[in-house]
Design a protein around this ligand. Structure first.
Ligand code: CTP
Length: 219
């Protein structure tokens, strides 16, 4: 199981960056839950202050581009990819080599899109089972379902973000959508939710394997 977690940092100059409030807690909990379920786990982590769960291989990265490279390097042999990271959607178009001095009254920062790590993995011909996360401030389920289809995912875990919800806090709650099913994981600590999510992934994969076997038997 390959998992991304945490925020990314996009360089403005040698001392400044653009980032977000992700703590990485959900991704680290998912890594621990997958390990407990018996998986070999590689965790690609942005800059976070969390201890690595036992028996997990951790790869530290900084930017969205670093995260994409690490994921593509680790991908061969992966059965399940879980994208919990809050990857920056935009980065400064040019990172300055020297510290930007405060000479002007205003400063405009031109930004460009980063590559979508999750969509890149999901678009590969030999792809693992792909699970995305969606953090939404409104129309949670509608937006999550359209992300599931648009990014060609097998499953998406959606949560509402806002004051005291989801980012950098201990508890969360999730709506989990797959191609045919909808589940709710009630408000709980992130490790409990992560165990629930891993169980749902296992269930979905088992159902597919069964369907394949029945298909083969019929043929
Ligand atoms: N993601 C990613 N690489 C990016 C951006 C997002 O892998 N550069 C992944 C996140 O890890 C998460 C999912 O995509 O699993 C979240 O997508 P999000 O950024 O919310 O969706 P968008 O399609 O960019 O839509 P919007 O930000 O407009 O809601």
């Amino acid at each position: 199981v390959l998992i991304t977690a945490g925020p990314t940092r996009e360089r403005i100059d040698p001392v400044r960056f653009v980032s977000n409030r992700s703590s990485g807690k959900m991704g680290f909990a998912v890594a621990q839950a997958a390990r407990e379920a018996g998986a070999t786990v590689v965790l690609v982590a942005g800059p976070v202050t969390l201890a690595t769960p036992a028996q997990i291989q951790r790869v530290d990265v900084e930017s969205a581009a670093d995260m994409l490279n690490a994921v593509l390097r680790e991908l061969p042999g992966t059965d399940i990819f879980i994208s919990t990271a809050a990857v920056a959607d935009y980065r400064p178009s040019h990172a300055a080599d020297r510290k930007i001095k405060k000479t002007a009254e205003t400063l405009e920062l031109a930004m460009e899109r980063t590559t979508d790590v999750l969509a890149t993995v999901a678009a590969r011909p030999e792809r693992p089972f792909v699970v995305g996360f969606a953090a939404e401030t409104e129309a949670v389920e509608h937006n999550a379902r359209s992300k599931l289809m648009r990014k060609n995912l097998d499953m998406i875990a959606a949560n509402e973000v806002g004051h005291d919800k989801a980012f950098d806090c201990e508890d969360n709650q999730l709506i989990v959508l797959s191609r045919g099913n909808r589940y709710e994981l009630a408000r709980a600590d992130k490790l409990t939710l992560a165990r629930g999510l891993v169980a749902l992934i296992a269930q979905d994969l088992a159902a597919r394997a069964d369907a394949r076997k029945r298909g083969t038997a019929l043929a």
